[in-house]
Design a protein around this ligand. Structure first.
Ligand code: ZN
Length: 328
């Protein structure tokens, strides 16, 4: 369901932007990740390259001077995977946890209330002092209350500034969860209009609001994963299949080896995090936190792939090839 506020917001996102030329007719305009994608192996930028069989993402250094060997990767599956994940991700994976967030807002609200009460007190003090100063004008007593009034007014000014900062902090804290939810809903809506080049460009801007960068692991993990916690998973997945004793171990080894090839491609989406958030994480968790999610495109063997018939089929075919190579 799209409510009216959201409808208007999305209309605003979709309406033509006269300031920008090239309404996304070129290839880079087609790319909703433009400016966001990087190669994790060489640090180069990752671009979209048009191919008749479907657009691909490629590492600039690979095509520029072959200083990188990252393979190209189909654009469409990356787009689907990232948009789908961003839409479904639980905000607390990126934003403060609900508990931490509630605690923070509560503490800030308490500070706001306390400072507001103190400010009212000082205002009254200043008014009283001013009245007394006026009443005893020209006397020693009057001078005393005059000085007191100046003191109270100075404190009042400081408290007003403090309160202003606290209220801003509270609003920021309160709105961050709401903004993220809005951001996700807007992605879902923009996704349905992707045939429109203007929408693609808007989606590109929109993604940049929360996404810092996307690393394209086109040839999988750079280092070998030993498959330890994958083993149990495989065991459960193979339950009921007629497998030979050594097959389970071979399957684990095969998947782990595949994860370091383009069959194990995945994308790492890094979210924007404020310095304030980083500092708070350090205080809360006692360590620096990674604010990214790993997105696994369809059919990739990255992470813990499902032990289904299609994976089993792929494994069998590869095993046969290997046996044939060995014998031939
Ligand atoms: Zn590269």
């Amino acid at each position: 369901m799209v409510d009216k506020a959201q409808f208007l917001r999305v209309q605003k996102l979709i309406e033509p932007n006269r300031g920008k030329k090239n309404g996304g007719r070129n290839e880079q305009g087609y790319n909703v990740f433009q400016g966001l994608t990087f190669c994790p192996y060489c640090g180069g930028k990752v671009y979209l390259k048009p191919y008749e069989a479907g657009h691909r993402l490629y590492c600039f250094n690979k095509y520029h001077d072959k200083s990188c060997d990252a393979p190209r990767i189909p654009y469409a599956i990356c787009q689907d995977a990232v948009l789908d994940q961003c839409e479904r991700i639980r905000p607390e994976r990126i934003l403060p946890t609900k508990d931490a967030h509630t605690k923070l807002c509560k503490a800030l609200r308490k500070q706001v209330d306390g400072t507001t009460a103190l400010l009212e007190e000082r205002k009254e003090d200043a008014a009283k002092a001013n009245n007394l100063a006026l009443k005893h004008e020209g006397t020693k007593r009057g001078d005393y209350w005059d000085a007191e009034a100046v003191k109270f007014e100075a404190e009042q000014g400081e408290l007003e500034q403090e309160l202003k900062e606290l209220v801003e902090k509270l609003h920021r804290a309160e709105s961050v969860q709401r903004n993220f939810a809005t951001w996700q809903t807007d992605i879902a809506t923009l996704k349905t209009e992707l045939h429109n080049p203007v929408v693609r460009r808007r989606l590109n801007d929109h993604l940049g609001q929360f996404i810092d960068r996307i690393e394209v692991f086109a040839k999988g993990l750079p280092e070998r994963y030993d498959g330890d916690d994958f083993r149990d998973y495989v065991e459960a997945g193979l339950d009921g299949k007629h497998t030979r004793q050594d097959e389970e171990e071979r399957l684990v080894n095969w998947v782990c080896a595949q994860q370091r090839t383009k069959a194990g491609a995945f994308l790492r989406v890094h979210f924007k995090v404020s310095d304030e958030r980083r500092q708070r994480d350090l205080e809360l968790w006692d360590k620096a936190m990674n604010h990214y999610i790993d997105v696994v495109p369809k059919d990739s063997l990255a992470g813990h792939p499902a032990i289904n018939d299609s994976l089993w089929e792929r494994f069998k075919i590869q095993s046969k090839k290997r046996v044939r190579r060995k014998n031939g």
